[in-house]
Design a binder for this molecule. Structure first.
Ligand SMILES: Nc1ncnc2c1ncn2[C@@H]1O[C@H](COP(=O)(O)OP(=O)(O)OP(=O)(O)O)[C@@H](O)[C@H]1O
Ligand SMILES: [Mg+2]
Length: 370
């Protein structure tokens, strides 16, 4: 049996995952793909020379469905147990950022079709690309995807992707969508499209009924948020000192240090996010990258904190627009957080958004801007 499938079954047997027929079927499909990828003869092997060309890459898998259905969980399991060397897992947005950066450089060197060298670089040293959260919402991405992926598939790349949308609904109502349609055909041609749309939102389940805005800051709130972090990320509490950090590229050559970053969940202090000179670009990068943000140490704000308050407004706008789940510890309820000071009137919108962000309906929404 493939290691992917036995790992999945072990998690069910150990009670870490609840049995779910739709997930089991998807796990089997992914296990099949792992076996196929592992069976491809190594570059330079005799068989490969006999064929005289690159063997056709195995068909990929496009997993789509509502939030919290276990898409990323299954993809991670697949990726972790896939026994090939040339594999890469990347958040789709980060990948596209990299693509545009490389396209920009390639255009400077006057090559006739910059997409070709970029596709070559991006598929170098990988046979399997795993994309989490495939989402297309800007014309710049839409315009290059079809040619970029055609070139990557031609170079023997297989993809596995997760998305909240069926391929046919990608970039729905987008500008110049007709230029994008070949990409949809391409995905359907090169991947099995697997719907993962069972009735249970497991993430919401794991959040439980905790209030997501905890007052006041203190050991009790910290303990509750820490427990939520470990539940959401399936990370062993014993390894708490080893939770990965991340340097997030916020554009313009600037980085943002993320002190805890795991499976789309980030932990920040208010001081780091709103106490330093940060702006909309930083908050957008955070909102795109993470589906859940845990923000600790939000103090009561006064007239002397007008800059922090303004940054906090921008941060909440970005999180709200990308439907990011916010778990926070603060010294006051949203309506009492910024009682007096410049921009207090505008802060009303933030209060209203913060309250909506605590609702069941908001928490059940999918991550993303569209
Ligand atoms: N069968 C299951 N039993 C228990 N927990 C599960 C099960 N499937 C998934 N989970 C857990 O539910 C949470 C959400 O799963 P996951 O992140 O894979 O969802 P997703 O489909 O990728 O959602 P999104 O579309 O928002 O990215 C994770 O913590 C995951 O480990
Ligand atoms: Mg996911």
């Amino acid at each position: 049996m493939s290691a992917v499938l036995s790992a999945y079954r072990a998690l069910i047997a150990g009670g870490e995952l609840r049995p779910d027929a739709t997930q089991a079927a998807a796990a089997e499909r992914l296990a099949e793909l792992a076996t196929a990828l592992e069976a491809v003869p190594k570059r330079g092997s005799t068989l490969w020379k006999l064929l005289g060309r690159l063997p056709d890459p195995p068909r990929g898998v496009y997993l789509w469905g509502d939030v919290g259905r276990g898409k990323s969980m299954l993809m991670d399991l697949f990726f972790q147990h896939l026994d090939i060397r040339r594999k890469r897992r990347v958040h789709f947005h980060a990948f596209m950022q990299e693509v545009h950066h490389r396209l920009h450089i390639a255009r400077g060197s006057q090559v006739p079709d910059p997409i070709q060298p970029v596709a070559a670089t991006m598929s170098e040293e990988v046979r399997l690309l795993a994309f989490d959260e495939m989402i297309v919402n800007n014309p710049a991405d839409a315009a290059v995807l079809s040619r970029l992926f055609t070139a990557m598939f031609d170079r023997g790349v297989t993809i596995v992707a997760t998305s909240n949308r069926a391929p046919t609904d990608l970039y729905k109502d987008g500008i110049n969508r007709s230029l994008f349609l070949p990409f949809i055909d391409l995905i359907q041609q090169k991947c099995d499209v697997v719907a993962l749309n069972g009735p249970v939102d497991y993430r919401l389940d794991r959040l439980g009924r905790i209030d997501t805005w905890l007052v006041p800051n203190g050991p009790e709130a910290t303990a509750a948020l820490s427990a939520a972090f470990f539940r959401l990320t399936d990370y062993p509490v014993e390894d708490r000192a080893k939770v990965p950090v991340e340097e997030l590229d916020v554009g313009g050559g600037r980085m943002l240090h993320v002190p805890k970053s795991l499976k789309g969940v980030a932990v920040f202090s208010f001081k780091r996010l709103c106490g330093e000179a940060r702006g909309a670009a930083d908050y957008l990068a955070v909102a795109r990258r993470f589906h859940t943000v845990i923000l600790v140490g939000i103090p009561r704000l006064g007239p002397e904190n007008r800059n922090e308050a303004a940054r906090f407004v921008t941060l909440i706008d970005a999180l709200y627009e990308h439907k990011v789940k916010l778990l926070a510890a603060a010294d006051a309820a949203p309506e009492d957080l910024y009682a007096t000071g410049d921009g207090r009137f505008e802060f009303q919108r933030t209060v209203s958004r913060l309250n909506e962000m605590r609702s069941f309906d908001y928490l059940a929404k999918g991550h993303g801007a569209d």
